[in-house]
Design a protein around this ligand. Structure first.
Ligand SMILES: [Zn+2]
Ligand SMILES: [Zn+2]
Length: 150
């Protein structure tokens, strides 16, 4: 099942939701702000065509790096390096390389930064495009799911 992580427009907290056509609102646990969402049958089968929050169709994908785990690992390695003469930091580098290969991919909405995980159609989502991002964020351009063309 596709996992959706919405950023609260009011306080910036993450709100985790699963697609469900019968629910049209999600509430932020932190500030109780209510966000409207529109889930479709596509979402329920794990296919991302339209953003449930802003209705845009422009997404990019990137490696899904868990920052908290990364920071914790680094701290452990840094402390251990006192006794291992820095070898643990070399070990961390290798673990990092290994993890990076195994990381999952997350799709992100250019417009509202909603994150989507476990998509069936991840192969159709394109890589991040700097120009598209600028035009969507700063000029409010709507590409309607089409790639940038000059
Ligand atoms: Zn909030
Ligand atoms: Zn969106």
């Amino acid at each position: 099942m596709m996992e959706v992580q919405i950023t609260c427009t009011s306080c910036g907290s993450s709100i985790e939701v699963l697609p469900d056509r019968s629910s049209s609102k999600v509430e932020c646990d932190v500030c109780k702000h209510v966000q409207e969402v529109i889930f479709t049958a596509d979402h329920e089968v794990g296919s991302l065509t339209e953003c449930p929050v802003c209705r845009r169709m422009d997404f990019y994908k990137q490696k899904d790096f868990n920052r908290k785990i990364g920071v914790t690992l680094f701290l452990i390695a840094a402390i251990l390096s006192i006794w291992t003469y820095g070898l643990s930091l070399v070990g961390l580098f290798l673990v990092d390389l290994f993890l990076f290969q195994k990381l999952s991919v997350v799709a992100i909405c250019y417009k509202c930064r909603t994150n989507f995980r476990k998509l069936k159609n991840m192969g159709e989502i394109r890589e991040y495009d700097h120009e598209m991002n600028d035009r969507i964020v700063y000029s409010d351009h709507d590409f309607k799911g089409k790639p940038l063309s000059h």
